[in-house]
Design a protein around this ligand. Structure first.
Ligand SMILES: [Zn+2]
Length: 92
């Protein structure tokens, strides 16, 4: 029986490569302030302000979900709870 071992795939960062966030061109990163050879944009290995973006998307999602449940109450958990109560035999 073969042992379960994780396959190690190379990442772009481990190969010293980075994709341009503007044009998508794959570039070799030689310094921390490398520029895209196609459009001249500064290359980064991570999206700038990614944590702030994640919090902004989470906040926007919460606002949209609360708004959706306010205007479309059929999407709320009420029917789902009734379904499980019926399965449990608590509703006739
Ligand atoms: Zn570019």
């Amino acid at each position: 029986m073969s042992s379960l071992s994780a396959v190690q795939y190379p990442t772009a960062a481990s190969l010293g490569l980075s994709g341009c966030s503007v044009c998508g061109q794959l570039n070799r990163v030689v310094a921390s302030d490398s520029l895209c050879r196609h459009c001249g944009m500064r290359l980064t290995t991570r999206k700038p302000n990614s944590l702030a973006r994640s919090w902004a998307f989470l906040l926007a999602a919460v606002v949209l979900i609360v708004g959706a449940l306010e205007y479309f109450p059929a999407l709320s958990l009420g029917p789902l709870v009734e379904h499980f109560q019926m399965l449990a035999g608590k509703l006739v």
